[in-house]
Ligand binder design. Structure first.
Ligand code: GUN
Ligand code: ZN
Length: 435
């Protein structure tokens, strides 16, 4: 029999989006045991069931008062932008010129890419994130570096070379439509272990029609490959896009006319989309990555979650580092809560926890593999508690309900709340000071 790991704590996951604690999609055990074997979840039981089935509690690692949740899914992040978090003073288009492009130019150096990719994996796990959909740079070796680092720790990673052939610094531009490099990378990495490829035109401003058309042809030839891009983030960007594509009906049409709006497509932001654009995304089965910390930091706008839901557009959550200011998905969800408040909407903390776990998995068509703690799912999980030595710890010690417990995790000490992260059953991060 394979070696088993038993973890004891409170256990929470979802089988659909909940709107209250009593919703049948909420699966919560106040005192439970999660059993891992061969990189998968083998069992999720209450302590009583575990013992009834012959389990010995001495064999379980006692992680109480920790809360075991599925590893977080960050549906939109830029690994080359880790070092430009908190760069002062700009809206999207000038922020790209002043901060993002210079950071990405440094990835011409392969050794820098390798070092940053390894650091990125550590930082993801430190944040409790076990799956990410990640932008790289135009340099093929930056994508190789990321996949190599993710494969070394058996982490789910969706990424691809950035496509850009205009309106950016010359040394960051593809000299061709980028299809040859994309094809080589895709053949090398897509479907290897837990890795998947995403064709990644940066956004419409930086690709001409020819490059978008080539991306669409490649996507069509490779079912299962993703499309990852940005859309309708800031009004200035929307205006510039419509000027560059005068024949398009609207921003979504710029992508849709090249076959880029599919059920494997995920677009970051989507704040300023019109009703007919949301309908078009829904018809194509494409999703939006909600990136609240970035949207607030760059002053891009307030995405309405209610509108996305009304049009049936799938939603994941993205940290969007470096436009976003934190890699923590708890912190990102807390920013999302504030965006909902400013929109006069309400984002229940259980719905937020769903969104950063199973919801993100669903936006990536991976909800049958990750995002839920149940037998047969991949053993990616994160252990949360109040964090050591803080005022947060004292207050979080006495939650009045599950909702209250989650709310305190989101707001009191989100960065310090991750005590452990397991990836495919292996312990990959452990906080230095025990709570
Ligand atoms: N739109 C195009 N590129 C980027 C980027 O790097 N960050 C953000 N936030 N938006 C973008
Ligand atoms: Zn982005």
């Amino acid at each position: 029999m394979s070696e088993r790991t038993h973890l004891r704590g409170a256990v929470l996951s979802f089988t659909a989006k909940p709107d209250s604690e009593n919703h049948p999609a909420v699966h919560y055990l106040e005192d439970g045991v999660v059993t891992l074997a061969d990189g998968l979840i083998h069992g999720v039981q209450s302590v009583a069931q575990f013992q009834k089935h012959g389990g010995k509690l001495q064999a379980a690692e006692d992680l109480r008062p920790g809360l075991l949740v599925p590893g977080f899914v960050d549906t939109h992040i830029h690994y080359p932008q880790m070092d430009i978090v908190a760069s002062y003073g700009a809206r999207l288009l000038d922020w790209l010129d002043r901060h993002a492009y210079p950071a990405e130019q440094r990835f011409a150096d392969r050794a820098h890419a390798v070092q940053q990719a390894e650091l990125f994996m550590q930082r993801l796990f430190q944040a409790g994130t076990t799956t990410a959909m990640t932008f790289t740079t135009v340099h093929p070796h930056a994508t190789d570096a990321l996949f190599t680092a993710a494969a070394a720790v058996n982490s789910r990673m969706i990424a691809g070379k950035v496509l850009m052939n205009r309106n950016a610094p010359a040394d960051l531009l593809d000299k061709t439509d980028g299809n040859r490099e994309n094809r080589l990378l895709l053949e090398r990495w897509h479907g290897q272990g837990r890795l998947a490829y995403a064709i990644s035109p940066r956004f419409a401003i930086t690709s001409d029609e020819g490059q978008l058309a080539a991306a669409g042809r490649l996507l069509q030839r490779h079912p299962g490959v993703y499309l990852h891009s940005h859309i309708s983030e800031h009004p200035d960007e929307v205006a510039a896009t419509l000027k560059l594509f005068p024949h398009a009906e609207h921003y979504v049409d710029v992508y849709a006319r090249h076959g880029l709006v599919t059920d494997h497509s995920l677009f970051a932001h989507g704040i300023h989309l019109r009703d007919e654009e949301l309908m078009r995304l829904h018809e194509g089965g494409a999703g939006i990555a909600f990136c609240p910390s970035s949207n607030l930091f760059l002053g891009s706008g307030l995405l309405s979650l209610q509108r996305l839901e009304a049009y049936g557009v799938t939603m994941g959550v993205g940290s969007d580092v470096g436009g976003g200011t934190r890699m923590s998905m708890l912190s990102t969800a807390a920013e999302g809560y504030k965006v909902a408040q400013l929109n006069g909407e309400n984002w229940h903390p259980l719905a937020a926890m769903y969104a950063i776990t199973r919801g993100g998995a669903a936006a990536l068509n991976l909800e049958h593999k990750i995002g839920t703690l149940a037998p047969g799912f991949e053993a990616d999980l994160t252990v949360l508690d109040a964090g050591p030595g803080s005022a947060a710890e004292r207050r979080a010690a006495t939650p009045s309900s599950l909702t209250d417990r989650l709310f305190k995790l989101l707001f009191l000490n989100p960065e310090g709340a991750v005590s452990r992260t397991y990836v495919a059953g292996e312990l990959r991060y452990q906080r230095a000071i025990a709570a």
